[in-house]
Design a protein around this ligand. Structure first.
Ligand code: G3I
Length: 330
């Protein structure tokens, strides 16, 4: 087979190739990550609960380790994430009197969090997932997720987050990031949300399509429609959390201890088709990030209530390239 090319070198003319990491994966897979990827995202350690566990107490140590690794190896760094309903400590939403926080208090906390985090990494982080997963998943007529942000601030919490982030680092590219982006109803909601922000003059520059797919779904055609639809807003697009586990969503089997030949082949073909599609749209796609680095560690294997191996990455447990790697770099 000869020399294994570095993944990111195969995309030198198209877009950076990223991995989501944490200090433990940098420890366990440092050489693999440094060689194959040229962009990093913190899988967990820049989220509000990690960075500001108590009001005014900022814990940047682990995030700094990740940023330091990126710098040392000349990689880009994406920021993830500033305003989310999940992994945000309860104190954020609590008022001084024990009741819920007022709109004013919550907005001032949002601003000081964004100032501190975006300000600290100004010049080191080139783009931020400012607001993450703000859309309501069901009911076509309900746009926004019923989060505490929405409940306590109102709909403009989203716009405010972008304004604060832009003030904190006018050079950073600001993204809206969400999942199930290739499902028609969700896609239209994402489009509507971002279009409304643009119509109001909000500083937003890109859409993050998370890319939590599997080796069978969704279809390449739905992915293409999504790219076209979002690109029509004139924004740049990034795939921010790509992974292709070996199971369909409704496949509940827990006893598959090794991927079958059919799965390995299906994953090879699918990864190949997906990167062919991304190459076609290289003028609007400015980054593709995997939500992990190799099969030995992935959030999917620890999904509460569904713990099992899923083998979603391009590299196996021993950090060797899988057939799908060769389909992607070909
Ligand atoms: O912090 C404890 C740790 O002390 C303990 O040892 C461990 C034992 O299971 O649990 C740890 O916390 C877990 C944390 O990951 C770190 O491993 C949480 O229970 C677990 O819920 C958390 O999951 C993360 C998840 O976001 C939470 O929402 C995943 O790692 C992370 O990959 C995932 O990432 C999200 C993106 O941010 C947004 N898009 C979807 C994506 C996948 O869900």
């Amino acid at each position: 087979k000869g020399r294994v090319p570095a993944l990111h070198e195969a995309f030198a003319e198209t877009f950076p190739i990223g991995a989501a990491v944490n200090p433990a994966t940098l420890e366990a897979a440092g050489p693999l990550i440094a060689r194959h990827y040229n962009s990093l995202t913190a899988e967990n350690h820049m989220k509000p609960e990690e960075i500001q566990p108590e009001e005014g107490v900022f814990t940047f140590e682990k995030a700094d380790v990740i940023v330091g690794f990126a710098k040392k190896h000349g990689m880009r760094m994406r920021g993830h994430t500033l305003v989310w309903h999940n992994q945000t400590p309860d104190w954020v939403f609590e008022g001084k009197d024990g009741g819920p926080a007022s709109r004013e208090l919550l907005l001032s906390r949002m601003k000081s969090h964004i100032d501190a985090v975006v300000g600290r990494y100004r010049g080191s982080i080139y783009c931020w997932d400012v607001v993450n997963e703000a859309i309501h998943d069901k009911d076509a007529d309900i746009l926004l997720r019923r989060s505490r942000w929405l409940e306590l601030v109102g709909e403009d919490y989203i716009q405010k987050a972008y304004e604060y982030a832009h003030q904190a680092d006018p050079d950073a590219l600001l993204f809206y990031n969400d999942y199930h982006e290739a499902v028609p109803e969700k896609r239209e909601k994402m489009y509507t949300l971002v279009k409304n922000l643009l119509d109001r003059g909000t500083p937003i520059h890109g859409i993050g399509m998370q890319g939590h797919y599997n080796i069978y779904e969704p279809s390449i055609e739905e992915m293409r429609i999504t790219i076209e639809r979002f690109a029509s807003l004139g924004l740049q697009l990034q795939i921010t959390e790509l992974d292709l586990p070996m199971f369909r969503n409704d496949d509940k089997r827990r006893d598959v201890t090794e991927p079958t030949e059919e799965m390995v082949e299906q994953q090879r073909v699918r990864y190949g088709e997906i990167f062919d599609l991304y190459r076609e749209y290289k003028d609007v796609i400015t980054g593709v990030t995997f939500w992990g680095a190799a099969d030995d560690y992935t959030w999917l294997d620890h999904f509460p209530g569904k713990e099992r191996r899923t083998w979603p990455m391009l590299f196996n447990d021993s950090h060797e390239p899988k057939p799908c790697f060769w389909a992607v770099v070909k």
